[in-house]
Design a protein around this ligand. Structure first.
Ligand SMILES: [Fe+2]
Length: 292
């Protein structure tokens, strides 16, 4: 009947902090599509992809984690893939959209500034989105603002923040940030975490959806006016967690709450918590085995 068209169903997957483990991300997204019988229209990663051009450019914490977690070096393999990996990633990209990512606080900002917006690896599997950009993805206007609110080199970019604060309310459907809004959680010492500037940005833009990362555990839904806000888990927790042994991850598997699935037609957002997440694991993940 004319005038009664169903809402267009588009699916966007959001991926939490990757910290170099890009093959875990692709394998989890391929498995999500197969197990759910869906096709993703866009993939967005919320920062801390681990975008360094080489280990020598890593910051000290990233280098420490790499020493104990070989998969944190998978980003480097993607930058210079051997023939087997190139074939697997090429095949994966026939089934998956490229992963758009915003800066976290553990990236090489000079490397990303030199790239600007666009593909970072030779196969175009990951694409950087500069801070302050509003891009159209899966029919949604998606605003991006990376980094964290912390004085120093990793602080929010004031120009990019200003650009988004100057955009009219309602001009973005989705806001993607790395840091989260002030008050979203407390740390192990009981200190309130989150960015007051990002809370103000959400208040101003009032997107339908806000998604963030950085705190490495799932959070939400939280409501800010008409905005529903979620934070994602880190994609793969470290092998050992000194303060919270219940978060130990000896198999190096993908965590519950590290991937969010958004249906643009219904507005439903789901933090994925399926049993098959445990199938995506290991220090040396073979992406080819996830292509069947
Ligand atoms: Fe992180």
């Amino acid at each position: 009947m004319e005038g009664l068209r169903p809402a267009v169903l588009m699916l966007i997957a959001f991926v939490g902090d990757v910290h170099g483990r890009v093959l875990h991300a692709f394998a989890a997204l391929l498995t999500l599509q197969r197990r759910r019988g869906v096709a993703l229209d866009a993939v967005v990663q919320v920062g801390d992809l681990g975008a360094y051009p080489g280990p020598e450019r890593m910051d000290a914490p990233s280098r420490r984690f790499l020493a104990e977690h070989p998969a944190e070096g998978d980003f480097f393999r993607l930058l210079d893939p051997d023939p087997a990996l190139a074939a697997a990633v090429t095949e994966a990209l026939k089934h998956l959209p490229p992963m758009h990512f915003v800066s976290g606080n553990h990236e090489d900002f000079e490397f990303l500034a030199a790239i600007g917006g666009g593909p970072v690896d030779p196969l175009g599997a990951v694409r950087h989105v500069p801070d302050g950009t509003v891009a159209e993805l899966a029919g949604q206007r998606v605003a991006f603002l990376g980094r964290v609110e912390e004085p120093g080199y990793m602080d929010l970019d004031p120009d990019a923040l200003g650009t988004l604060l100057a955009a009219p309310p309602g001009s973005a459907d989705i806001l993607v940030t790395h840091d989260g809004p002030h008050g979203l959680c407390t740390d192990w010492q009981g200190t309130t975490r989150g960015s007051p500037k990002l809370a103000a940005l959400i208040d101003h833009l009032q997107p339908a959806l806000h998604v963030s990362g950085h705190y490495h555990h799932p959070n939400g839904p939280r409501h800010y006016g008409r905005t529903v806000s979620y934070a994602l888990s880190e994609l793969v927790y470290p092998r050992r967690n000194r303060r919270r042994p219940e978060h130990d991850n000896p198999r190096q598997q993908v965590m519950a709450g590290a991937i969010g699935l958004y249906d643009t037609g219904t507005g439903a957002f789901e933090l994925i918590d399926d049993d098959w997440l445990a199938d995506v694991h290991g220090d040396h993940l073979d992406l080819a085995t996830f292509l069947n």
